[in-house]
Design a protein around this ligand. Sequence first.
Ligand code: MRU
Length: 352
Amino acid sequence: MKLEGVHRRSIERTADGAGVRIMDQRRLPWEIVWVELRSAEDAARAIREMWTRGAPLIGATAAYGLAMALARDPSDAALDAHHAMLVATRPTAINLRWAIDVIANAVGPLPPAERAEAAFARADAICDEDVALNRAIGEHGLALLRTLHARNPGRPVNILTHCNAGWLATVDYGTATAPIYLAQDEGIPVHVWVDETRPRNQGALLTAFELAGHGVPHTVIADNTGGLLMQRGQVDLVIVGTDRVTANGDVCNKIGTYLKALAAHDNGVPFYVALPYTTFDPNTPSGDAVEIEERAAEEVTLLTGPTANGIETVRVTNSNAFNPAFDITPARLVTGYVTERGVLSAIPSIAA
Ligand code: MRU
């Protein structure tokens, strides 16, 4: 990822190796502020309060959180307690539990004195693997964009995306954005319709920031706009990330994804979901069984942004609000799953 022209990852070890640095994503794009996490409690807070976010990145952050806990106390009791604490930070993304389980399973059989170092090494590997997976997802998605470009070589490929499934949501490249970045590098003209993604505006604030940093042409749209654009033939493909894909192929992703899938289906626009295999959840039969995180009503009733007086928060309604953070897109609305192993048209037994 390019940040002020310099290549960075969204999570990095501190110079002394004992902690990690992340960006406080609540302050983007207005300010780039790196913060250090030095304990499992720091990591849990950063995930819960969404300083860091996105399914793969919260997995990586939690993995380091468990490593930091073991550096202080490598006992079985501490391992179990911090495992439980970190898993509870956000309920929906399966990568979170996956990453914590990977660390716990790797270090559980070791003598306590060896656990912390092994946990940090495994967390580093999770990050390196995430970058490689996303790069591979990008290569497979790029083939789709090449095909669309060949159909209409005289104009950019118009892509619609929801939320932020970019490098800010992963360790690097992103999932849904990886094909876009690779297409841009290859010289394929692309233009991205960026759903603002209320209530937290991850599209308007984060995806737009990322795309701008890489010089990718893009336009932010209100969440209600995609349907009209699809009716007018102004969207060639929708591509989104996901927090969990269940055994039957249902897709859990940021609230509002389902409406885009419906509109895409009605208008014959291909709807793709980009994900690493670590986001498949073969143990959950369908989307009905996924716990949907419910977040504070203030995320709906308040908005924050820069004014002449600095960064300020204003109220946009005096009424009560309801704020489920994710929804379920049924498998029947998904054209394909763009994974590191290729583009799959159906899920059954895929996660085996
Ligand atoms: O609530 P967030 O911002 O963590 O939600 C993120 C998303 O919904 C992403 O699309 C998903 O985690 C995939 S990230 C590659």
